[in-house]
Design a protein around this ligand. Structure first.
Ligand SMILES: *[C@@H]1O[C@H](CO)[C@@H](O)[C@H](O)[C@H]1NC(C)=O
Ligand SMILES: *[C@@H]1O[C@H](CO)[C@@H](O)[C@H](O)[C@H]1NC(C)=O
Ligand SMILES: *[C@@H]1O[C@H](CO)[C@@H](O)[C@H](O)[C@H]1NC(C)=O
Ligand SMILES: *[C@@H]1O[C@H](CO)[C@@H](O)[C@H](O)[C@H]1NC(C)=O
Ligand SMILES: *[C@@H]1O[C@H](CO)[C@@H](O)[C@H](O)[C@H]1NC(C)=O
Ligand SMILES: *[C@@H]1O[C@H](CO)[C@@H](O)[C@H](O)[C@H]1NC(C)=O
Ligand SMILES: *[C@@H]1O[C@H](CO)[C@@H](O)[C@H](O)[C@H]1NC(C)=O
Length: 375
């Protein structure tokens, strides 16, 4: 089956290592009750590697995939019992030489306008250099002067906005809070963060730091800086194979602040760390997905962390990639997580499923057992 030959990229030694990498954590006498309650929102067909999700202010989600093709999906009603999913667009699949086959990050830059990172992978996770860029998905209902009587059903406009020939695989995108048309993009292969202005279509290197952003010598794929998050004037990122998180103080314009240095945030015991997000709301808890060993972690300001969902030998969070918080009133405590279904590193070496979106209720995390004298 070609699926296996195209995705069997990680060396067997890693797979074997995984089997014995169940994290050993001392059992606390009190603390958050984990695993946190979970609910399946939607599962895609097998195989689908669901990579990115963006949650709009109205609660709707955009989802991007990197395998078996690059698709963008629109999911509504995530907080209800009847979510619906529609396909906005599908590009060609792997292998492809002329059309992008990976959509890795997506964010809203103006109302109904989205920036996403996309490019060609020679095989899953292995970029073709010079093919990556920042694209635009325009869903504005009245943007074009076509003949649709119902403007809302007119076709989305998709175009490559900024081609970045001197980059590797672009793995994530975040919008600057005060100027969302300017985005920061992780170039995971070259170990740098780019600043891309989606209006002027100019791009430049914003942050480059080998020690915290470049992939380490043992990495089986060129994944260094991977997930990105902006919070409190800092840019946070994961370095996937180092399994560490870092930050640097930034200006509102998306450049490192004068004199800013890279700071350690946390190092976790995992083969890999992928996407990350802060929340819920203004809480300074970091949530990170480990992807390769199927877990979601909550990381405190002190760098201490707890596994809150999933386990290396479970399907619950198989290939957890990107966590994002709900936006609707009453749903802000829900952490939505996109997964690959474990298609790269099957659970127990054999089990994988279609990628899915899982909703995690984070409330119990902040309400420890009574013996703690909890909140
Ligand atoms: C923690 O508790 C679980 C079950 O409650 C037990 O299986 C495990 O051995 C304990 N771990 C430690 C380090 O005590
Ligand atoms: C793209 O991949 C999805 C699975 O994620 C599949 O259902 C769909 O048929 C594929 N589309 C094309 C055009 O290959
Ligand atoms: C892409 O470029 C990087 C950095 O120069 C290099 O290490 C890598 O081998 C290149 N990848 C391919 C597939 O050519
Ligand atoms: C469609 O868009 C045009 C402007 O482009 C607007 O005048 C018209 O009212 C819209 N129609 C509907 C049904 O929203
Ligand atoms: C709209 O339809 C009319 C009549 O069918 C046609 O003449 C016109 O060119 C169309 N306009 C656009 C923008 O497609
Ligand atoms: C078009 O979309 C807007 C905003 O999503 C909605 O309020 C409006 O009812 C829609 N119109 C039609 C004709 O579907
Ligand atoms: C993986 O293997 C362990 C140990 O045999 C078992 O407990 C677990 O249920 C298996 N997981 C799956 C998804 O089959």
């Amino acid at each position: 089956m070609r699926v296996f030959s195209t995705i069997g990229l990680l060396p067997m030694s890693l797979v074997l290592l995984l089997g014995s990498s169940t994290p050993v954590q001392a059992n606390k006498t009190c603390g958050p009750s984990v695993p946190l309650p979970m609910r399946l929102v939607h599962q895609f067909s097998k195989p689908t590697y669901l990579q990115c999700l963006h949650i709009r202010a109205n609660g709707d989600m955009l989802l991007g995939t990197v395998f078996p093709n690059a698709s963008i999906y629109y999911l509504t009603g995530a907080s209800t019992d009847n979510p619906t999913v529609s396909t906005i667009h599908t590009f060609a699949g792997i292998p492809s030489t002329d059309v992008i086959n990976g959509v890795t990050g997506i964010v809203e830059t103006e109302p109904d306008v989205f920036a996403f990172t996309g490019g060609i992978q020679q095989s899953l996770g292995l970029q073709r250099n010079g093919t990556w860029g920042v694209w635009q998905l325009d869903l504005r209902p009245t943007r074009n002067n076509n003949n649709n009587t119902n403007n809302n059903t007119s076709a989305p406009i998709i175009q490559e906005l900024v081609h970045i020939p001197d980059s590797g695989l672009l793995s994530a995108v975040v919008a600057l809070p005060k100027t969302p048309t300017v985005v920061l993009v992780a170039d995971t292969s070259l170990g740098q963060v780019l600043r891309v202005d989606t209006v002027t279509r100019r791009w430049e290197v914003a942050v480059r730091d080998w020690a915290s952003m470049h992939y380490p010598p043992w990495a089986s794929l060129q994944f260094g800086v991977n997930g990105l998050a902006l919070r409190g004037g800092y840019l946070y990122w994961t370095n996937s194979f180092v399994a560490a998180l870092y930050r640097i103080r930034m200006t509102d314009d998306g450049y490192p602040a004068p004199g800013a240095v890279v700071e350690d945030v946390a190092t976790v015991r995992s083969l890999f760390v992928d996407g990350l997000v802060f929340g819920p709301g203004e809480r300074d808890t970091l949530w990170a997905a480990t992807n390769a060993d199927n877990r979601v972690l909550a990381i405190g300001e002190d760098g201490e962390y707890t596994t809150v969902a999933g386990a290396p030998d479970e399907m619950t969070m198989a290939g957890a990639v990107a966590p994002r918080f709900g936006t609707l009133p009453g749903d802000e405590h829900t952490l939505y997580v996109s997964t690959s279904g474990g298609v790269v590193l099957p659970v127990n070496g054999t089990e994988f499923e279609g990628g899915k979106v899982v909703a995690v209720d984070t409330r119990p995390f902040f309400h420890p057992n009574n013996e703690c004298g909890g909140l």
